[in-house]
Design a protein around this ligand. Structure first.
Ligand code: NDP
Length: 262
């Protein structure tokens, strides 16, 4: 039996065991997927082998470490320095980043995006920025503080208060502002001006009506939340775990069923 795991800190909220186990059982595969709360990032590689894993999803705050400990890195992991999927092949750890392709798949039906504004400058913002760059989108990254903007040297960056150009086709909120508290990522008046001009918006958080999503709704912008990104990063990781092709619809149905259980 193959054993898989999601590793992070915190981890008990993760929906990954639920979606992967349902897909494993629906497709009649021999495997089990569990979760592990890790304290020390230096133990990640040893843990993978100690648990005799065939693959793992790596979540906050260990995605950079997952990239560092891999023996083989996908092109995108090399570019971004962050991985969310590890797969053991011929005793070597292969690292992938399915967040990026998950995001692109999630916005597939957002047509004609020429310019996008990314709110936030963390790891998710970087994956999404590189994904959109690949789609040929012109980008601006805005954050509440300077420090993390240094990781976006190849893009236009700004603090919210210095944002002058407010015309964007797509606005992506990658901040964790709506996660625990009821914050918007930036000043409401500014955000309303931006949303009033935008065609599409995306909130990376899933499973709750964040203040950002409520504002998108009020401003009648077509929006999506992180559900679709979570789903697609899971589908792509599952394909890598079991080396599957042409099973996307079955995996997707099983994962949606698991997510809709509440
Ligand atoms: P990071 O910690 O790397 O970055 C967080 C960013 O949010 C920083 O830019 C930070 O600003 C900003 N921020 C945090 N709190 C606030 C606030 N109250 N107001 C304004 N800005 C704020 O996190 P990640 O990029 O790794 O993750 C971000 C979110 O993405 C998480 O909520 C995570 O759950 C979600 N996510 C969803 C996925 C999905 O599949 N749907 C996949 C991956 C992540 P500063 O630099 O000033 O601190």
């Amino acid at each position: 039996m193959k054993v898989f795991c999601v590793i992070g800190n915190p981890i008990k909220h993760s929906k990954s065991p639920r979606i992967h186990n349902n897909a494993i059982s629906s497709l009649g595969l021999d495997g089990i997927y569990t979760r592990y709360h890790l304290e020390n990032e230096g133990e990640l590689r040893d843990l993978f082998f100690k648990l005799k894993l065939s693959g793992a999803n790596i979540t906050l705050p260990f995605k950079e470490e997952a990239s560092k400990i891999a023996d083989v890195k996908s092109e995108f992991v090399q570019e971004i320095g962050s991985a969310n999927t590890l797969v053991l092949k011929n005793n070597k750890l292969h690292a992938y980043n399915t967040d990026m392709i998950g995001f692109l798949k999630a916005i597939e039906d957002f047509k004609t995006i020429k310019k996008a504004l990314i709110l936030g400058a963390g790891g998710t913002a970087r994956s999404i920025a590189l994904a959109l760059k690949r789609r040929g989108v012109e980008l601006c990254i805005a954050n509440r503080s300077e420090k993390r903007l240094i990781h976006f040297k190849e893009f236009q960056t700004t603090l919210y208060e210095d944002l002058n150009d407010l015309d964007f086709d797509l606005v992506v909120n990658t901040t964790s502002a709506g996660l625990n508290d009821e914050d918007l990522p930036c000043n409401q008046v500014l955000l309303e001006k931006i949303l009033a001009r935008a065609n599409y918006s995306f909130e990376v958080i899933y499973g709750k009506q964040t203040p950002f999503l409520k504002l998108c709704k009020q401003n009648k912008v077509q929006y999506k939340d992180g559900f679709s990104m979570l789903l697609w990063q899971g589908i792509f990781a599952f394909e890598l775990f079991f080396d599957l092709k042409h099973k996307q619809e079955e995996i997707k149905t099983a994962m949606i069923e698991a997510l809709n259980l509440g």
